[in-house]
Each structure stands twice: as structure tokens, then as C-alpha cells.
Design a protein around this ligand. Structure first.
Ligand code: PEP
Ligand code: MG
Length: 528
């Protein structure tokens, strides 16, 4: 076959050279199939892995061997089997039991051992699938250098992929504003959506994913390959220059210092990220950080996930957003499954106030993890002041129960509904963070999952910028911080407009920090 360009749309920039792997997205497993015991599910998984091992290359076979040996080790399942014998649900028991082992790998000092965590996660999902009666296939192991071609990717489907092996993704459906695309951008994984002619992409075919240009190039010829190798080198040089200056503050040409925070949306978001690159943590998407596949985890499990964020911040602002479930981020047992229009429905703070126990438990977990250190708690999807004061009352009651804190607890809010932006003076928040991903969709009446409405989906639209300037003005007159944590904060065109609108901070994915700081240094903020 000769070189062929398939067109798509950029969701996360970058270029990767690899080969096609067709893959079906993982489904979350919530319950065991009738009659299947945990011991049987382990047996089934070992058999599956053995037959899988026969058909893959040496490298993948070694990974599979590691997984088989782990599963054959009785200590892996001991805790879960004891819990099941005492009446626990096998899915929950196995998930809980393996989490302990997983943490050992995730926290290992040795790079090789740490990289094995992905294999343990894959193993966990295989046993859970077996427990549910579903079968796994060879396509679930990402091969080295794979460019995944899939129908669509959910946030959990994205997180289930081992991105140390897979090098990019092309989806036939999907949108650049989906949460899977947000995750791809935050990890620097090239991704395109709306791939046309996907049936021409055959498994194993050599390819180049040029996400910047929205292209998947099949069977590239030698001149094309040479061109892209050169580009990859140039990008590596630029990245290393930006990183060399990333520990310096971001100050515009006209002298305005802009704080640059980091976004967290997965347990490994801050792994190997130097803390000097950032002024703290500006947004934690807890609904993505936590493993919610069997519902909202208990307070102790949550606190264990939040604690490392405070350790990483080392006294700098640490902003944890309360669960923003709903919309395209369902949580079993919490979100409603039957909404005609989930983005306009029971989402974020609306859902939290409907389930105050979940809200209280999350607040308690955050305070436990902070352990007396200062913390900023941020409420998503606020529309009217009553929602804010209801959360404030619950937080105050909790703090009163626990005794006075040793360090400040600030309560702030996302500004992502037009109603909140238009009445910002009425909210008694200590800081504001503008969620442009949602603010744009609600102001422009253009769903963030609608690929064809891209021309409407930008914070540079005057209607959106006016609202942002309004909120920034309120921040200036009250001395409260107004930042932007939506994806426009790292789009060069939008960033300039946001600075001119008067914002004082941005929060961006870890990989974007050095680039955003160097961009800010080239910009003029003007007097706003
Ligand atoms: C936003 O809406 O801009 C935002 C940061 O929140 P999320 O993308 O998680 O909805
Ligand atoms: Mg939002």
C-alpha cells in the first residue's frame, strides 16, 4: 500500500511514529456474574493470559509472564478471599485487595518497578472482567509504539491504556473537548478525533500520527518519515529549552506576575514533575483522580489519594475541587442515569447537595489529608449563591466538630455558568477559578462534546471574554484571586486574551507548565 493521509481533528497536539492497533475500549465492571467465584475468575484469567502469551511478540509475552506469576502468587488474592469468605462482594474485595499491591509498585523508587504498576492495573481489570463473565482479548494489551484506532474513548477507557507503550490515539467519534481529550492533553499524548476512512487503517500498518495537523498518515514513505524525524528532534530541543527556565516565575513583558498552577486528574499526574515548575496545585479533578468504578470511595481511601498532593505542594496553595460528577463523568450509585441532557442536569454541586453524606465525607477526607496544612477547597458548577452558602454551612459545621484548624481553609468556586459570572459580587467565595471548558459551552449554547461546533468553542468569543473580564474586575476590586483552569489557559491565542481580560493565575496540565510560562514571558497584559 502506498502512503495515505486520513483526515481528522486535533484533540491533543504532538507527533508520534508507530503502527496501528485497533482496540475496543474497556468497560467498567461493577458486579460479578452469577455463580462466578473469585478463585474461578483468577483461573480463567490465567488461562486467558497463557493463550494470549502464545500470540504476542517477546516484549508483550514478558509482560504477560510477569502478570501470570503475580496471579499465581497466593498473597495477591489472600486479602480478597478472606473478605469474600466473610461475606464481601467479590468485585469490591478484589479491587480493594489488589489496591494494596498496586500502591507498592506505584510508590517504588525504582523506575522499572514503578512502570510495572500499569501491568498490575491491567491484571486487575482482567480479573474483574472475568468475574463479570466477560472475556478479554489480545487487543487489550497496548503494544510498544501502538497508535490506537478506536470508536471513542471514555475517561476510564483512556486511563486503562498503558501510555508508556501506546504512543497516541485516533478516535472515529469523540470530541476535542471530551474528558478523554483533556486527559490526553494533560499527559502530552497526541490524539485526534473524527477520523475519516478508519477502515483503511489495518492492524500493524506503519503510521505517523500528526495530531497538530489532524492527520493519520498510513504507510509513510522515506521522505515523509525523514521530515517527521526532524520535526521530533526540533520539538525535543524546544521542550528542553523551556524546561531549563521552568523554575523561574512567569512575568509578562509589561511586568505582571502570573501565577501558574498545575492541574491534577490522575494519581500519577505529578509523578516526576518538579515542584519548582509551579506555584502550587490549581485544580484537582477528584472525580477522575479517585477510582470511582464501584462508586464514591470512602473517606479514608479518598484521604490517601489527596495526601500526596499536599506533600508535593510543600506549603504552596493546594486546591482540591469537590466531585464534579455528572455530565460526561458518571459515578455508579451517585449520578442519575436517565437525564435527557446531562450537562444541564444534576451535576457538580447540584448532585453534592442532593447527597450531603457524600459531600461531608469528601470534605472530611480533604481535611484529614491536609492534616493542619492550609487548603483551598473549590466547588464546581455553582450557579446561585445559595449553593455556595449551603456548602459553606456544611464545611463550617464539620470544622467546628473537629476543632479549630491550624492553617487557613479557603472555600472558593469554579465560575463556569453564565449566571455565576453575571452575579459574581453576590458570592462569598475566597477565590474564583474560571472553568472555560464549561463556561464557553453554556454561554455559546454549544456542547463541549459537539465536534462540529468548534468555531463557537473558544474563550476568545467576545461574549465569553466580557464575562471573564467582569469576574477579573471583581477580583481586582476585592483583592481575591481570579484564575482560569479550563483548557483555554494553555491555548496560545486564548491565553493572550485572558491576560488582557485581567486574570491573575492559570492552572494547566503538568506537561504544559514550561511552555505556558515561556509564552507568558512573551506577552503583554496591558492595564486591566
Ligand atoms: C472547566 O469547565 O473549564 C473545567 C476546568 O472543569 P472540567 O473540564 O472538569 O469540567
Ligand atoms: Mg467544568
Amino acid at each position: 500500500m502506498s502512503e495515505l493521509n486520513l483526515l481528522a481533528q486535533m484533540a491533543s497536539g504532538g507527533v508520534s511514529i508507530g503502527h496501528i492497533q485497533l482496540r475496543s475500549p474497556n468497560r467498567a465492571i461493577h458486579s460479578a456474574a452469577a455463580g462466578m467465584t473469585l478463585a474461578e475468575a483468577v483461573e480463567v484469567t490465567i488461562r486467558e493470559l497463557r493463550s494470549l502469551q502464545a500470540g504476542v511478540d517477546r516484549e508483550a509475552a514478558d509482560i504477560v509472564q510477569f502478570q501470570i506469576e503475580l496471579l499465581e502468587d497466593p498473597t495477591l488474592t489472600a486479602e480478597a478471599l478472606v473478605a469474600v469468605a466473610a461475606g464481601a462482594d467479590p468485585v469490591a474485595a478484589f479491587r480493594q485487595g489488589i489496591a494494596t499491591h498496586l500502591r507498592v509498585y506505584e510508590d517504588a523508587a525504582d523506575d522499572y518497578l514503578r512502570a510495572r504498576a500499569a501491568d498490575v492495573r491491567d491484571l486487575r481489570d482482567r480479573v474483574l472482567r472475568a468475574l463479570s463473565g466477560a472475556r478479554a482479548g489480545a487487543q487489550d494489551i497496548a503494544r510498544e509504539g501502538a497508535i490506537l484506532v478506536v470508536d471513542d474513548l471514555t475517561p476510564t477507557g483512556f486511563l486503562a491504556v498503558d501510555w508508556t507503550r501506546a504512543k497516541g490515539a485516533a478516535t472515529i467519534n469523540g470530541s476535542p473537548h471530551s474528558h478523554a481529550a483533556i486527559l490526553a492533553r494533560s499527559r502530552g499524548i497526541p490524539m485526534i478525533v473524527g477520523l475519516q476512512g478508519a477502515d483503511k487503517a489495518k492492524p500493524g500498518a506503519a503510521c505517523i500520527l500528526d495530531a497538530d495537523a489532524g492527520l493519520l498518515i498510513l504507510e509513510p514513505g522515506p521522505p515523509t518519515l525523514a521530515h517527521y524525524r526532524e520535526r521530533a528532534e526540533a520539538t525535543a530541543v524546544r521542550n528542553s529549552t523551556e524546561r531549563a527556565h521552568a523554575d523561574r516565575p512567569a512575568v509578562t513583558r509589561d511586568g505582571r506576575a502570573i501565577r501558574v498552577y498545575v492541574n491534577v486528574d490522575a494519581p500519577d499526574s505529578l509523578r516526576q514533575v518538579p515542584r519548582e515548575w509551579f506555584d502550587g496545585v490549581g485544580l484537582v479533578r477528584t472525580e477522575l483522580l479517585l477510582d470511582t468504578s464501584s462508586g464514591v470511595p470512602d473517606a479514608a481511601t479518598q484521604a490517601a489519594c489527596y495526601r500526596p498532593l499536599f506533600d508535593w505542594s510543600a506549603g504552596r496553595p493546594t486546591t482540591i475541587r469537590l466531585l464534579d460528577a455528572g455530565g460526561d463523568k458518571p459515578i455508579p450509585g451517585l449520578t442519575l442515569g436517565n437525564e435527557a441532557n446531562p450537562f444541564l442536569g444534576m451535576r457538580g454541586v447540584r448532585l453534592l447537595l442532593r447527597t450531603p453524606d457524600v459531600l461531608r465525607s469528601q470534605l472530611a477526607a480533604i481535611l484529614d489529608a491536609a492534616a493542619g496544612r492550609s487548603v483551598r477547597i473549590m466547588i464546581p458548577m455553582i450557579t446561585v449563591p445559595q449553593e455556595f452558602s449551603a456548602c459553606r454551612a456544611i464545611l463550617d459545621a464539620l470544622v467546628a466538630e473537629r476543632g479549630a484548624p491550624r492553617a487557613p481553609i479557603q472555600l472558593g468556586m469554579m465560575v463556569e455558568t453564565p449566571a455565576a459570572a453575571l452575579t459574581i459580587e453576590r458570592f462569598d467565595a475566597e477565590f474564583f477559578s474560571i472553568g472555560t471548558n464549561d463556561l464557553v459551552q453554556y454561554v455559546m449554547a454549544a456542547g463541549r462534546d459537539q465536534r462540529e461546533l468548534q468555531y463557537l468553542q473558544t474563550a476568545t468569543a467576545p461574549a465569553v471574554l466580557d464575562l471573564i473580564a467582569r469576574v477579573a474586575q471583581h477580583g481586582h476590586s476585592t483583592g481575591k484571586e481570579v484564575g482560569v483552569c479550563g483548557d483555554d489557559a494553555f491555548q496560545p491565542g486564548a491565553l493572550q486574551a485572558l491576560l488582557q481580560a485581567g486574570i491573575s493565575s492559570v492552572s494547566v496540565p503538568a506537561q504544559r507548565g514550561p511552555g505556558v510560562k515561556s509564552l507568558i514571558r512573551t506577552m503583554v497584559a496591558g492595564d486591566s
